[in-house]
Design a protein around this ligand. Structure first.
Ligand SMILES: Cc1ncc(COP(=O)(O)O)c(C=O)c1O
Length: 421
C-alpha cells in the first residue's frame, strides 16, 4: 500500500486539479471557510498549524499507520459482490449489468470508516497537549470510534448525541458508555446530528484551553473538512491499488453514501483527477425528494452558513435551517461538507437521492445475497448501485464504499419490518 510520502494526500496537486482545494482561507471555490466565534479562532488556527505540521512529521504518520494496520485492521478488503452482480444481471438486457465491488470499511475495528479520521485527530490532539476530547455523533459510529481511541489513549471523552438518535442507536450508546465515554443527550431542535454538533461547538467555545473537538465528518470550519478528508483518503488510496490488482484497471464509477460526506470524500478524493472515473454521492431522500422529509442538501438545498462553513443546506425561505429526515441516523443532517458543494457545482460528482424504503430493500438484499449486513448509510449507496448496474454494460465496474456494518441498525430495521426483537 502507498505510504504517507507517496500518497496523493501529501503530494502537491497539479494546477487545475480537482484536488487543489481548499485555498489558504479554507475555501473550496465559494464554499467552506471558517465562520466561527472570535473565541474559537486561536484554537482553530492552532489545529490548522498542528495538522499542517503533521503532514510531514514522519513519526506522526508512522504512528497513525501503525494504528491503522494493527488496531483498525487496514487495509480493508476489496470484495467482488458476485451473487449481487448475478442477481442484478437477471433483469438486465443481454450484455448488461456492471460488476459490483465493495470496499469493505465495515470490517474496520468499531464497524465503520469513522475510526480512520478519529485516530488521526486524537493523535493530533495529544501532540497539541489537549487533555479532554469532545465529539458529536449521529449514528453513534463516530462517537464509538472516538470513545475507543480515547480509551486506548487514556483521555476523557464527552460525546454529544441528539436524543432522537440516542433512542434509535441504543447499541452504540451502550458501547460508548462501556468504553468509558460520557454520552450527553441533546434535546434541542430535532434532537439529531445538527443539534449535537451545535452542542459540541458550544462546549468547545467554553473549554478552549484543554479541549479538542474531534469532528466526525468533512464539515465544520477549516481545517476540518480538508483534514478529515485527508485522513479518510486512505480508503480511496487502498481501493485504487486493490482495483488495479484485481482488474488491472480503475473502476468506471464510484458510489458512496453522503451524510456530512466523509466516507464519500475518502473514496473519491484520490480518484478526482482520473477523468474516466465517474462518481456518485448518494443523499438520503427520506420519504421522497419532494416530500419535504429528506436529508438531500445538495439536491434540494441552497448555499448558506452552518457549523462554521458555507455549504449547501436545507433551509426555508428566510434562511432558517430546516430539519432533515432519514431512516439512517448517520445521513440525517441538513447540510453537507463544503467540498461536496464545490464538486457538485463543478459537476465533477453527481449526487442522487435514495429513499428510506429503497435503502431498507437494499439492506435486506445485501444481507441475503452477500452475507453482509450493511449499515443503513451504505444501504443507501447500495440502492443506487441496484438502480445503476443493470443499465451499464457487463464489462463496466462499479466500486461502492461499504462504509459501515449494520449491527447498530437491526432494531430500526426490525421495527420497520414489523418484527419484534
Ligand atoms: C456507517 C456510516 N456511514 C456513513 C455515515 C455518514 O457520514 P459521512 O457522510 O461523513 O461518511 C455515518 C455517520 O454516522 C455512518 O455511521
Amino acid at each position: 500500500m502507498p505510504n504517507s510520502r507517496t500518497s496523493p494526500v501529501n503530494q502537491q496537486p497539479p494546477p487545475n486539479s480537482f484536488r487543489q482545494g481548499p485555498d489558504a482561507r479554507g475555501r473550496f471555490g465559494n464554499f467552506g471557510g471558517r465562520f466561527v466565534a472570535e473565541t474559537l479562532m486561536p484554537l482553530i488556527l492552532e489545529v490548522e498549524a498542528a495538522y499542517e505540521a503533521s503532514k510531514t512529521d514522519q513519526a506522526f504518520q508512522d504512528e497513525w499507520r501503525r494504528l491503522l494496520t494493527h488496531y483498525v485492521g487496514r487495509p480493508s478488503p476489496l470484495w467482488f459482490a458476485e451473487r449481487l452482480t448475478t442477481h442484478l444481471r437477471k433483469d438486465a438486457a443481454p450484455g448488461m449489468g456492471a460488476k459490483v465491488y465493495f470496499k469493505r470499511d465495515e470490517l474496520n475495528h468499531t464497524g465503520a470508516h469513522k475510526i480512520n479520521a478519529v485516530l488521526g485527530q486524537i493523535l493530533l490532539a495529544k501532540k497539541m497537549g489537549k487533555t479532554r476530547i469532545i465529539a458529536e455523533t449521529g449514528a453513534g459510529q463516530h462517537g464509538v470510534a472516538t470513545a475507543t481511541a480515547c480509551a486506548l489513549m487514556d483521555l476523557p471523552c464527552v460525546v454529544y448525541m441528539g436524543a432522537t438518535d440516542v433512542e434509535r442507536q441504543q447499541p452504540n450508546v451502550f458501547r460508548m458508555k462501556l468504553l468509558g465515554a460520557e454520552v450527553v443527550p441533546v434535546t434541542s431542535g430535532a434532537a439529531t446530528l445538527k443539534d449535537a454538533m451545535n452542542e459540541g461547538l458550544r462546549d468547545w467555545v467554553a473549554n478552549v484551553r484543554d479541549t479538542y473537538y474531534c469532528i466526525g465528518t468533512v464539515a465544520g470550519p477549516h481545517p476540518y473538512p480538508a483534514m478529515v478528508r485527508d485522513f479518510q483518503s486512505v480508503i480511496g488510496i487502498e481501493a485504487k491499488a486493490q482495483m488495479q490488482e484485481a482488474e488491472g484497471r480503475l473502476p468506471d464509477v464510484l458510489v458512496a453514501a453522503v451524510g456530512g460526506g466523509s466516507n464519500a470524500m475518502g473514496l473519491f478524493y484520490p480518484f478526482l483527477d482520473d477523468a474516466d472515473v465517474a462518481m456518485v454521492g448518494v443523499e438520503a431522500a427520506g420519504r421522497g425528494l419532494d416530500s419535504g422529509e429528506h436529508a438531500a442538501a445538495l439536491s434540494r438545498g441552497r448555499p448558506g452558513v452552518l457549523h462554521g462553513n458555507r455549504t449547501y443546506l436545507l433551509q426555508d425561505g428566510d434562511g432558517q435551517i430546516t430539519e432533515a429526515h432519514s431512516i439512517s441516523a448517520g445521513l440525517d443532517y441538513p447540510g453537507v461538507g463544503p467540498e461536496h458543494s464545490w464538486l457538485h457545482e463543478l459537476g465533477r460528482v453527481t449526487y442522487s437521492g435514495v429513499t428510506d424504503d429503497e435503502a431498507l430493500a437494499a439492506f435486506q438484499l445485501c444481507s441475503k445475497l452477500e452475507g453482509i449486513i450493511p449499515a443503513l448509510e451504505p444501504a443507501h449507496a447500495l440502492a443506487e448501485v441496484m438502480k445503476m448496474a443493470p443499465k451499464m454494460p457487463a464489462e463496466k465496474i462499479i466500486l461502492m464504499n461499504l462504509c459501515g456494518r449494520g449491527d447498530k441498525d437491526i432494531f430500526t430495521v426490525a421495527k420497520h419490518l414489523g418484527e419484534n426483537i
